[in-house]
Design a protein around this ligand. Structure first.
Ligand SMILES: *Cc1c(COP(=O)(O)O)cnc(C)c1O
Ligand code: SF4
Length: 449
C-alpha cells in the first residue's frame, strides 16, 4: 500500500486559504462566497491539486463542478445575498435569507420526502426508499455527506441542513426485516451523500448483518459513491483501506454481487494515477464498477467527452451505466440541457463507440412516475414527436412501452412535455394521478407539487 495522503477539507470558511486561489480576481472569490452561502460548498486537496486545471479557471469544468458560480443563482437571488454580505449582515440574517432562497429552488424533487418511504407493520422506515420493485435504497446515517459537493447535486438540501429530511438510518435490523417480508427485492443500494465517507468499521456494521441474515432474495449490494473521483486514496492508503477492501471481498465470498455505482462527470476525472490504481484495487476485491453521470451544460455537453469517458471507463474495466438529465432542483437553470439536445448528444456519442460501451442507457430523467428515457425524435403522420419510455417505473407494467410527446425543443423535464396526437394524458397518467389522490387523502400533498 501507498503512503497515506493527508486530507485537507475546504469550505466556505477557509477556501481563501487554497494557494491556487491567490491568482484569481477578488470578484470570483466574492461570487463563491455569495453563492456558497445558499448552495452547499465543500472541496478537498485531491480535487484542488489533481482535478482542477487552474490555468483554465474560471472556465475549467472541474472548477465549475466544485466551486459555486455566480450564475448558479438567479440574478435576483444573487443580488439579495450579495447586498447582505456587502452590508455586513449578521449570521442570523444571512441564514434567514439563504433559507428563503433555498425554498424557492425546489428542494425536494420527485416526491423525495414522503412518497417513497416504505413501511413495515404500519411503521414508516425512515432512511429507506422503495420506489422500484427490485431495489431498496438505504441511507446510512453516517454516510450522508460527501468528500466534495457537486454543484449540480439534487441532494443539496440535506447538505445545508435544510428541512425535516428524515433521510438517514442506523437501523439495519429494520432493513433486514423489510427484505424478509419483501422477497421481490433483489438489490439494496446504499446511498447518500456518499456511503464511502464512512469508516470501514461503520460500513461493516451495515453490510455484515445483511450477509449474516442469509437472505436468499438479496442478490446484489450496490454502493453509490463519488470517492473514486474525489478521494481515490480511500481505496489506496487511508488508515482503514485494507479493512474496506476486505469487506468488499467478503460480500463476494458470501455469494452476493457487489457493485460500486461511481459518479464520473468528466473524462479528466479518470486521468489521475491514483484513480486508476483505485479502480484496479476495487476490481481485485471482486466488485464491479458501474459508472453514471448527469449531462451538464458547461461541464460535459459535448459528445466527444462522453466518447472519451465511456471508452476509458471500459478500458479500465468499468461498465457505463446511466446518462441522466439534470434534475429539476437547485442550480438546474445553470446546468440544464434541453431534452432534444440531450438526446442528440447521447446519440452522437453512442453511435461512435463499440458495443462494450453501449451498456450505457440514457438520457434518462428520474421523474416522479419513474426513470424516463428519451429515445429520440421522429415524425408520425405529419406530427413531430419525441419518443420516450420508462427504464424504471412505479408500476413495473409501464416499463419499456414506447410513448410519444409533442416535439418541444425547449423542454428540459418530463413536466414540460405534452402528449402527442391530441391525447390528453400519457398512458400511465390516469393511474399515476389516482395514486396522487390516494396520497392526498393520506396527507402527503407535497409529493406532486
Ligand atoms: C435509479 C433508482 C434506483 C435504481 O434503478 P436501477 O435502474 O436498478 O439502477 C432505485 N431507486 C430509485 C428511487 C432510483 O431513482
Ligand atoms: S458526490 Fe453525489 S451525493 Fe455527493 S454532492 Fe456529488 S452528486 Fe451529490
Amino acid at each position: 500500500m501507498q503512503k497515506s495522503c493527508r486530507y485537507k477539507a475546504y469550505s466556505l470558511n477557509n477556501f481563501r486559504d487554497i494557494p491556487q486561489m491567490e491568482r484569481l480576481p477578488e470578484e470570483i472569490k466574492f461570487d463563491i462566497e455569495v453563492v456558497g452561502h445558499v448552495l452547499p460548498f465543500k472541496a478537498n486537496n485531491f480535487v484542488v491539486d489533481h482535478l482542477i486545471d487552474w490555468d483554465r479557471v474560471p472556465a475549467d469544468p472541474l472548477f465549475l463542478l466544485t466551486f459555486p458560480q455566480r450564475d448558479m443563482l438567479l440574478p435576483h437571488h444573487y443580488e439579495e445575498m450579495a447586498a447582505l454580505l456587502k452590508g455586513g449582515a449578521d449570521r442570523a440574517e444571512l441564514k434567514a435569507a439563504a433559507n428563503r432562497i433555498r425554498l424557492q429552488l425546489n428542494p425536494h424533487p420527485a416526491g423525495q420526502i414522503s412518497h417513497n418511504i416504505p413501511s413495515l407493520d404500519g411503521e414508516n422506515l425512515d432512511g429507506m426508499q422503495h420506489k422500484y420493485r427490485e431495489t431498496v435504497l438505504f441511507f446510512p446515517s453516517q454516510g450522508q455527506t460527501c468528500h466534495a459537493y457537486c454543484s449540480f447535486c439534487f441532494r443539496w438540501p440535506q447538505f445545508v441542513g435544510l428541512s425535516d429530511l428524515k433521510f438517514a438510518s442506523r437501523e439495519v435490523d429494520r432493513l433486514i426485516d423489510y427484505l424478509q417480508t419483501n422477497p421481490q427485492v433483489t438489490d439494496v443500494l446504499f446511498t447518500g451523500g456518499d456511503p464511502l465517507i464512512m469508516s470501514a468499521r461503520n460500513l461493516a456494521q451495515y453490510i455484515e448483518p445483511l450477509l449474516e441474515a442469509d437472505l436468499p432474495n438479496l442478490r446484489r449490494i450496490r454502493i453509490g459513491t463519488k470517492a473514486l473521483s474525489y478521494w481515490p486514496y480511500r481505496f489506496l492508503s487511508d488508515n482503514d483501506t485494507e479493512d474496506l477492501l476486505a469487506l468488499f471481498r467478503k460480500v463476494g465470498e458470501n455469494g452476493k454481487h457487489l457493485a460500486l455505482m461511481a459518479h464520473f462527470n468528466h473524462p479528466r476525472e479518470l486521468a489521475p494515477e491514483p484513480v486508476r490504481q483505485a479502480i484496479a484495487q476495487i476490481r481485485q476485491a471482486g466488485a464491479i464498477i458501474r459508472t453514471q453521470s448527469p449531462l451538464l451544460r458547461h461541464i460535459n455537453d459535448d459528445p466527444a467527452l462522453w466518447i472519451q469517458m465511456w471508452n476509458e471507463q471500459v478500458d479500465l474495466g468499468c461498465v457505463p451505466y446511466y446518462m441522466f438529465i439534470a434534475r429539476d432542483t437547485g442550480a438546474q437553470h445553470y446546468f440544464n440541457v434541453p431534452l432534444v439536445r440531450a438526446w442528440e448528444i447521447f446519440r452522437e456519442a453512442y453511435r461512435q463507440v463499440g458495443g462494450l460501451c453501449r451498456t450505457v442507457r440514457g438520457p434518462s430523467m428520474s421523474a416522479n412516475p419513474g426513470k424516463v428515457q428519451v429515445l429520440g425524435t421522429s415524425e408520425v403522420m405529419g406530427e413531430k414527436v419525441l419518443q420516450l419510455r420508462f427504464i424504471q417505473a412505479r408500476n413495473p407494467d409501464w416499463v419499456h412501452r414506447p410513448f410519444f410527446a409533442r416535439y418541444d425543443e425547449q423542454a428540459t423535464w418530463l413536466s414540460d412535455l405534452k402528449p402527442a396526437f391530441g391525447e390528453e394524458r400519457f398512458f400511465y397518467q390516469k393511474e399515476f394521478e389516482q395514486d396522487y389522490r390516494e396520497n392526498l387523502e393520506e396527507g402527503h400533498p407535497e409529493d406532486y407539487e
